[in-house]
Design a protein around this ligand. Structure first.
Ligand code: HEM
Ligand code: NAG
Length: 340
C-alpha cells in the first residue's frame, strides 16, 4: 500500500510540474508555488524525501471523511484559520487539556463547541504515522487537510499546492485566542486590523471570508446583533433564520447553514449573498461598508475565477503565519493532542 501510494505521489508531482509550468506561463494573478519551490520559509513537496506518501495519505483520509459529512470539511478549513491566528500555524489548536494546562485553545469560546474535524486530523495522523513514524508534523497535516477539504468541497475546481515544513508548538492557551480570533460582531476596520496583525491584507481578508460559503453557524453567533437588533439583513432571509433560531425554549443553540443557496459547495456564492444582504454576520455584511471592499465583493461575485485565485493564494499565505521551522521552536508531535 505504501509503495503504491509513493508511486502515485511521484506521478502526481510529475503531473503537477507540467501543470505549474503551463499556469506560470499564463501570467495570471496566482502562480502556484510549484514543487520544490520555497514560499514563506516552507517548501512545496517538503515530504518528498521524508515521507513520500504523506500528502496522498492525508488527502485520502480527508476525502473519505468529507464525502461522508461535508460539514467536517468546513470545520477543517476553519481549523487552519483558528490554528494560524493563535501562536501561528503550529497545531496549538489541537492540544487537549492536561492537569498542567487545563485551558488550551480548543476550550476557548471561539472554538468550543463549534470547531470540528479533530477526529479527521487524528485519523490522518495515525495513517501517516503507520507509513513514516515521527516524520510529519500535525501543523502540516492541518494545512494539508484544509487544502484537501477545499478541493473536495469545490468539487475539485479549487486545488493548490500547499508548502510544508511547519513544526508543532508546545504552547496552547484559551486566553490567547480572544485577542486574535475576530468575533462575528466586528466591523470592517476591526477585521482589517486583526488580519493585518497577522501580515494579511484587506484583499486576503475579503477572499478568506468567502469560506463562509460552506458550513454552519450557531444561532448565538448572529441573533443578538443581526436578528434581534436592527441590521441590514434581508427581511425574508431574517424571517427564515428566525424560524430556525427559536428566541427562547429548551432547544439549546441550533445551527443554520451559512450559505442558504449552495450550503455544501465551496464557491463564490458567498459574495452574491453579501451583495443580496443574505449573510449571517455583521463581519460578513461589513464588507460592503467601504467602496474598496465592496468592489472586491462584486469582483469576486461576478468575474469567473477571480475569487478562486485569490482564495488559493490567501490560504497559502495564511498557512505561513508565524510558522515554526527550527528545532528550538517546535517538534513533530507523536500524538496531535499532546506535546511529546
Ligand atoms: C473575517 C473574520 C471571520 C469571522 C468574524 C468569522 C466568524 C465565524 C463564526 C462566528 C462562525 C460560526 C461559528 C458557530 O457559531 O458555529 C464561523 C464559521 C466558519 N468560518 Fe469563519 N470567521 C471569519 C473568517 C474565516 C476564515 C478566514 C475562514 C477560513 C478561511 C473561515 C471559515 C469558516 C467556516 C468554514 C465556518 C463553518 C464551520 C463549520 O461549519 O464547522 N472563517 N466563522
Ligand atoms: C430579500 O430577498 C428576496 C429574495 O431574494 C427579494 O425578493 C427581496 O426583494 C429582498 N428584500 C429586500 C428588501 O431587498
Amino acid at each position: 500500500m505504501v509503495t503504491k501510494e509513493a508511486a502515485c505521489v511521484v506521478l502526481l508531482l510529475l503531473a503537477a510540474a507540467t501543470t505549474c509550468q503551463a499556469a506560470g506561463a499564463g501570467g495570471g494573478y496566482y502562480v502556484p508555488p510549484g514543487p520544490g519551490s520555497t514560499t514563506y520559509g516552507l517548501k512545496v513537496g517538503y515530504y518528498r524525501d521524508k515521507c513520500p506518501p504523506a500528502e496522498a495519505i492525508v488527502r485520502r483520509v480527508v476525502r473519505d471523511a468529507v464525502r461522508l459529512d461535508p460539514g467536517v470539511g468546513a470545520g477543517l478549513i476553519r481549523m487552519l484559520f483558528h490554528d494560524c491566528f493563535v501562536e501561528g500555524c503550529d497545531a496549538s489548536v489541537l492540544l487537549d487539556p492536561t492537569p498542567a494546562n487545563p485551558q488550551p485553545e480548543k476550550l476557548a469560546a471561539p472554538n468550543n463547541p463549534s470547531l470540528r474535524g479533530f477526529e479527521v486530523i487524528d485519523a490522518a495522523k495515525a495513517a501517516v504515522e503507520r507509513a513514516c513514524p515521527g516524520a510529519v508534523s500535525c501543523a502540516d497535516i492541518v494545512a494539508f487537510a484544509a487544502r484537501d477539504a477545499s478541493a473536495v468541497l469545490s468539487r475539485r475546481g479549487l486545488d493548490f499546492d500547499m508548502p510544508a515544513g511547519r513544526l508543532d508548538g508546545r504552547v496552547s492557551s484559551a486566553s490567547r485566542t480572544l485577542g486574535f480570533l475576530p468575533p462575528p460582531t466586528f466591523g470592517l476596520s476591526q477585521l482589517v486590523q486583526s488580519f493585518a496583525a497577522k501580515g494579511l491584507g484587506v484583499e486576503d481578508m475579503v477572499a478568506l471570508s468567502g469560506a463562509h460559503t460552506v458550513g454552519r453557524s450557531h444561532c448565538s453567533s448572529f441573533v443578538p446583533d443581526r436578528i434581534a437588533a436592527p441590521s441590514d439583513i434581508n427581511a425574508s432571509f431574517a424571517a427564515s433564520l428566525r424560524g430556525q433560531c427559536p428566541v427562547s425554549g429548551g432547544n439549546g443553540d441550533p445551527t443554520v447553514a451559512q450559505d442558504a443557496v449552495t450550503p455544501d459547495v465551496l464557491d463564490n456564492q458567498y459574495y452574491k449573498n453579501v451583495l443580496a444582504h443574505r449573510v449571517l454576520f455583521t463581519s460578513d455584511a461589513s464588507l460592503l461598508t467601504s467602496p474598496a471592499t465592496a468592489k472586491m465583493v462584486s469582483d469576486n461575485a461576478n468575474i469567473p475565477g477571480w475569487w478562486e485565485n485569490r482564495f488559493k493564494a490567501a490560504m497559502v499565505k495564511m498557512a505561513s503565519v508565524d510558522v515554526k521551522t527550527s528545532n528550538q521552536q517546535g517538534e513533530v508531535r507523536r500524538n496531535c493532542r499532546a506535546v511529546n
